[in-house]
Design a protein around this ligand. Structure first.
Ligand code: DNO
Length: 393
């Protein structure tokens, strides 16, 4: 697979020249300043493409071309927003960027409760703690009926924890769940928003009455309109699994397991209707056998996210080393190297280590932590390629 790296544009403290030094071949990026729903013009696409190419790299993947919330909850404006999406796809296709990642998670993208969970060796990692999450959901967001989604025991633990939390800890939890993890990836709540909880509550309320079936319908409505454009442009539009792959805030999630993925890929059996194989997101669902999923859907995978999580008791999980955990990356890489050797892959969610801790990197996107992960993944790929060579002889 092609070694790529997520780069956050000119504002990213990790520059394109640094990426060359660490052996990256392609760049994964987006036009982060354009709000979801607006057209990506040819001029701005070309400018970014040239910046990347001047540094001796290629723009391998768009992550993400965001789908406006109004499309996901089927607001009356969705048709014109879908037209904009089609226009952006056409402009990207003409510029030669043919792999596009997107997601269909309502109101919130990935969810973690701790961005700096300290490990015994002094590095830190991302963590999801169900009880802390319940504190936010039931006590801070005050979502009606939220308590019914937790067991009595969990509610008791939550009440206890909430009582012990300081105001600063509560603010940090808000910041982690709906600001820091969201703002840098095209979400409405960005750093500096003074009333994030109120804003977020409004966004969640937009999905009132939308269950799994309706959200699927809305995805199908969207795909039916955009896939023909992707086909025309030779683009693979690759849906990203839900992270984590279970419902949160009473919102439906529709990319969580084999049945969901199968439903999406079958709904429009076109190669342009593809999958971003995020081993990490899928690994956080105890229902998922990640290598089996890679095997089942390999021919529709257009892009791979290589990372892994460790499932912990009580519904908690944390990012594992790329060599360990439920992502089972050695097996996943073996399958994808065989079936999809030409697709781009990137590592995801590196640890914070050494000098990373002094920097203000986007959560999960450290330099040194990701470099270690990339080196581990390269090592696995090298062994697997060698094995394949020997088998072929
Ligand atoms: C988080 C990322 C996600 C991902 C989007 C893709 O670190 O993996 O935000 O980029 O969901 O659309």
């Amino acid at each position: 697979m092609i070694k790529t790296w997520r780069w956050f544009g000119k504002k990213d403290g990790i520059t394109l020249n640094m990426l060359r030094q660490i052996g990256v071949e392609g760049v994964v990026t987006a036009l982060y300043d354009i709000p979801p729903g607006e057209v990506w013009s040819t001029e701005i696409i070309d400018e970014l493409k040239q910046t990347i190419e001047k540094a001796g790299l290629v723009w391998s993947v768009v992550e993400s071309l965001p789908v406006a919330e109004e499309i996901k909850y089927a607001a009356p404006s969705r048709d014109s927003l879908i037209d904009n999406y089609k226009e952006s796809l056409t402009n990207l296709g003409k510029a030669g960027v043919k792999t596009i990642c997107y997601n269909f998670m309502p109101a919130i993208d990935w969810v973690r409760t701790d961005l700096n969970y300290l490990l015994p060796d002094g590095t830190s990692t991302l963590y999801f703690d169900k009880i802390r999450f319940a504190c936010f959901d039931c006590m801070i967001l005050n979502r009606p009926g939220a308590e019914n989604e937790y067991s009595d025991d969990e509610i008791e633990q939550m009440n206890q924890l909430y009582k012990e939390m300081t105001i600063a800890e509560k603010e940090a939890l808000i910041d982690t769940i709906i600001v820091k993890t969201q703002g840098f990836i095209h979400r409405n709540i960005t750093r500096g928003n003074s009333i994030p909880v109120v804003e977020f509550r409004k966004q969640v309320e937009k999905y009132k009455g939308i269950d799994k079936e309706l959200l699927r319908e809305n995805l199908y409505y969207f795909l039916q309109k955009v896939i023909p454009v992707a086909e025309e442009q030779g683009i693979m539009l690759c849906i990203h699994p839900d992270d984590p792959p279970f419902p949160v805030f009473g919102l439906p999630r529709i990319v969580t397991n084999a049945d969901d993925i199968d439903w999406i890929l079958q709904s429009i059996p076109s190669r342009s209707n593809g999958l971003t194989f995020c081993a990490g997101s899928l690994s956080a669902g105890k229902q998922n056998d990640v290598p089996a999923l890679a095997h089942q859907f390999a021919d529709r995978v257009g892009f791979a996210h290589l990372r892994s999580t460790q499932l912990l008791p009580g519904g908690n999980f944390m990012e594992a080393s790329h060599l360990e955990g439920n992502g089972k990356l050695i097996e996943v890489i073996r399958i994808l190297e065989q079936a999809r050797p030409d697709i781009p892959m990137r590592v995801d969610h590196g640890r914070l280590m050494l000098d990373d801790k002094e920097k203000d990197y986007n959560p999960g996107y450290s330099l040194l932590g990701r470099m270690v992960a990339l080196a581990q993944v390269e090592g696995m790929m090298a062994v697997i390629r060698k094995e394949n060579e020997i088998t072929r002889q």
